[in-house]
Each structure stands twice: as structure tokens, then as C-alpha cells.
Design a protein around this ligand. Sequence first.
Ligand SMILES: [Zn+2]
Length: 701
Amino acid sequence: MHENTGGKVTADHLRRDAYLYVRQSTLYQVANNTESARRQYDLRGRATALGWPAERVVVIDVDQGQSGSSAADRAGFQRLVADVSLGKAGIVLGLECSRLARNNADWHRLLQLCAFNATLICDEDGLYDPCTINDRLLLGLKGAMSEAELHYIRARLQGGILAKAARGELAVRLPVGLVYDAAGQVALDPDAGVRRAVAHLFATFEATGSASAVVKAFARDGLTFPGRHLTGARAGELYWKPLRHDHVLFVLHNPRYAGAFCYGRRRHVSDADGHQRTFAKPAAEWTTLIPGAHPGFISWERFQANQARLGANAPARGQDRRAGPPREGPALLQGLLMCGKCGARMTVGYHTRADGSLVPDYTCQREAIATATPPCQSMCGSGIDAAVAEFVLAALTPMALQAALTVSAELAEQAAAADRLRASHVERAQHAADAARRRYLAVDPANRLVADALEADWNHRLRELADAQDDYNRARVSGSATLSTGQIDRIRALASDLPALWNDPTTPMRERKRLIRLLVTDVTLLKTGQHIRADIRLPGGQQHQLTVPRPRTAREQHSTPASTLAVIDELLAEHPLDEAVTILNGRGLTGGWGRPFSTPSLMALCRNHNIPTLGQRLRAGGMLTTHEIAEQFGVTPQVIGDWRRRGLITGRRVDGRGACLYHPDQKAPTRRGRSPEIVRPGCHAQAITSPTIETSPGGAV
Ligand SMILES: [Zn+2]
């Protein structure tokens, strides 16, 4: 039996399938609002009444528990749109148009596709043909109202929430360590172990100034951090887990621990795909912030100081970051340095000396890196570190004493806190075991089933107690945190003498850096000529200026002294290189690296310092090479060598290989020693008066 459709359903529609779209917004509705689901599935009957056979009704119900506010993540809706586009659907059925789409854009896309493909739309109120203008207007209006309805529902809910939040009365989930009391007021957790663990976390952060140092301290002391099950059968029950870095940050960033009520710390935006993204808002943009709304673990001022500290620690903060947490490297002033030229923060690098020690280098290079230019200024840090350390130790003795005492007290307090925490674990296990024992004793022994279960529980609790006791004893014996009287005495002895603590080789560099950060705000460095000026700013606002001689560069350290260069210059006026080397080494003179001279090293030195060699000087004075004088006499160079060896002419040896230079005014030897035809007129043999050293086999180097 077909209902009257006003002629909207045609054979063309019936030839295609009917699509029934079923959806509930949330899982809660899926589980509890079954009436709505039943009504939605009943629309199948509507489709058969319109003429579709039951087996041709396609039910799309994969989007259960998905909101209709966007088509993204709704696979069923996307399949519906795809099938309509492909012309497979003769009719689309939904309980209300709102079930199809709560977003106007999605809805109009579907409408347009239905109109293109002559697909009908049917809901509880009626049957629509999107091809006709009246139905299409009506459907458009329904879509707009559906979106508006969603908005009003949300606005009403949000309005209530915001009004309560503005008064600080909105009940939200509290972080571990805080609970709602019987009157609904926020209070500290009644469990002393939980309170101590949270307080210990804050105390450790205050002492170390770094979230990862807190994690390390907890791991080192074998401490765990509490959590409470949020849902399920064990909701509200306490459990203990190793502390993780993200959890430390969660605790440190959470204003509730400072006793402040806050709401709207994050912003949710949906992107073009309809996906929700969450961003943290700056504190100034939080919806509600009421400091002092309830008891907390730290003061609001301490919370703000912690935020500043964490911000400074975060490398990702880039330019805003002033000083990272102290690290292990030997650069004492890491994180405290400012450039005296441009005011930017200076970075720390290291180079290794020949003896294997690391030497810090302080460089102002942020701008240089950004613009690919040479660094603003750069200097070796060892002298500066030593000078600043000496200044701090010498000038601040009373302060130093106090700081050392504080460190000592802090260590003892930390050790005691860790011990109390561990003791509370044992206490808790003891209490659980006692309770299990009482339960077991109270039961009728004849009731075997119950008695067995209670006995097993008691045994389990006893094992837990033994484990807790073992952990406690082990931690006490290992003594990493608990201090013996001897150790306390040693700390006292150290505390009375900060220089001793400072110079103790077992004091880690990280601790020295923490100490210097307590005493110094920052150090501004400026390199001027042969000196480095260090302006030390102290926390009280006082300034001190130190002038440190600039450490000599490697080039300067390994340069040949000027006096040696003068001697070399003097020697080379008279001697070839090999003789100069023998004389220099004989006098015990060395080069920049402290090694004896050799001919190649002396030659290189002469080249670098523009000292002319003997040969260069004689050539400049007009003396001739073998080839030149051979040409002058009209003989071969071999003949010249022969004459020189026979003493017929004199040459001056200028290097270790026997090369000689000749005075141009010499006369060619007389006939006795040569053939007459090669004598040129006007050549005179003349002995030169300057000292002459003849080549000897031992002269070569
Ligand atoms: Zn600079």
C-alpha cells in the first residue's frame, strides 16, 4: 500500500535505492536515548510505504556517536554524499534534517547534489523534492534553523558554565593533591603521603630550577608520584607511578596548585576540515582567573616566578630566553653572559687544549648567524671565569657563608622530605595489611569461600608491606639522600668555607654554576685591545667592574719572539741559511713552538716576516749569478764553477746546495788557466774583500 506522495515519487526514483541515515551525536545518547534510535530505524517503514522494497533500503549507521557539526570524521555522511553524487540514491531518509547535517555548508552541498541527481529527501514531517524551488527553500530554511539550534543549545550550556566559572564555583576535575571536601570546597588531599609528594616536587623545583632535574631527583631517590584513577571500577583510588617530565610540567604550570581558580586556559578552533585544534592561551586571555580561591601548595607569587623560570629554561622560546638551566660543561658563566658591544646574550662553545682540557669560548653570534656575518665579538673564557670566581669568593665572604649554610640546610631538608615520603609508603602498606587482617579475623571461618578470598587478600597486603619496607631500608642504606652524622659534619665543615667547597674537585660544575647564579645576576663582557672588561651585576643591583688581560691567541702564543727575529735578521746579513741555523741552535734560540730551527723552518719564518736571506741581499747589492757572470765572460757556467774551484775567481756561497753569487767587477783569469779565445776585453780579475766562505761537503743541510 503506497501513501499519497503528490506525484513526487516516480518510477525513476524507485529504480534507485532508498538511503536511511541514522546518527546519534554522542556515545551517551547511543547508549541511553534508544527511543530516538528506534524512531530513526522506523523510517524504513516509511520508505516501504513510499514504494521501495525493504531489501532496497540502505541503512547508513556508522556515524553513531559523532557530532553533526561537521562532515569531517563522519564516514557515513561522506558515503551518503558520494552515493547521491553517483546517482545511486532515489531518496534519502532521516528523522530530521538536523540529523543529516548541523552545518549549513554540508547541508547545502547535499541539497545541491540531490537536486542535480533528482534525489528525494524525506523526514518525519514530509517528503521533499529538491528540484522544486518551494521544497528547496523549505529545506534550506530547515538547515539554517538546524545550525542555529545547535548554536543556541551550546550558548545556553556555555552561558551557565561561564557564569559559574566567573564566580569560581564551577566544579572541574582537580589535579592530584587537591580534592573536594564534603561541603564541595577545594581542599588539600587528606592523604599526607600525597601532600608530601606534591610539596616535595615543588621544593625540588625551587632548589634545582629545572623540571628535568626534578625528574632526575625523584628517580635518583627512588620516589614515585601519586595519581588517582578517574573512571572505571577503581575511580578515585590512589596509585603511584614514576614521575615523568610532562607530569612535572603539568604540575608546575597548573595554577590550581597555587590556590587559584582558573577556567578557559585553552582555545579550541576548528580548521577547514572541521578538525578541532587546541592552543594554550597566555594567562592574560584566560576566561577566569581568581587567585587565592582555595588552599594551595605554593603562593601565587611563587607560581608566577616558576612560570618565568620555566619560560627562561625553554630553548624553544628563542629570543625571550635569558638563561638556560646550569649544565655540566666547565664554562662557569654559561647563561649569565651579555655582550658589551650589542647587548645580546652570548653563547658558550668549547675548544680542546693539547692536554685534553676543555676551554670555554664566549661568542656573541646571534646576529652573525642570522645575517651570515662575522661574530660581534668572541673571546676565550678561561681567564674571565677564574677572575669572576675569585671576585665572588673574595668579595662576598659573608654572603658566601650564608649561601653555603643554606645549601647545607637545603640538602638536609631534601633528605628528610624524601625519607618522610618513603616512610609514608610503609605506613600506608602497614595500614592496608592491618585492615586486611581485621577483615579476615572478623569473618566466620566456616564460610570457606569468603575466608579464602580474605586470606589471599591479607597475604597480598603483607607482601606489599614487605616490599615497601624493603624499598625503605634499601634507600636508607644506600644513603644517597639520607645523611649520616659524619656526612652532616662534613657538609658543615664545607659550608663554613665556601672557597673550599668551590675548589673541591668533587663539586660538580653544575653546582658551582648554581652557586654563581645565586650570587651573580649577569656578566657583561667587552673586549678592548689587550683587555677584557667584565661588568658583574649582583642581585642587589650593585655593579663591579673587572679588567682581565686578554688571553693570548694561539698565534700570539706560538709566534717567534721579536728579539729572535732581530738576531736572525743580523745573522742573515752575513751567513747563508744553513749556517744561520747552526749558529741559532748553538745559542739555544728556538721558534714559537719551542723547537730548534731547521733550514726549511727558518726559510718559512723569513718568508712570513719578510726577512731577506743572504742571497736576496747580495742580489740586491748587484752580485751576479753563475749564469750571468758566465755570459759576461763568454764562457759556460761549468767553466765558472771550475775557475771558482781552482781559485781563479771568487764566489760567495749563499745556500747549503752550493749556489754562489759573484761580484761583477772581477777580472777573468789570466791565460795560464784558460784558453785565450774566450776572454772578453775589459774584464778584470779582482779579489773581493768581504769574508768568503768556500763550499765544503759538510755545508749542505
Ligand atoms: Zn654583540
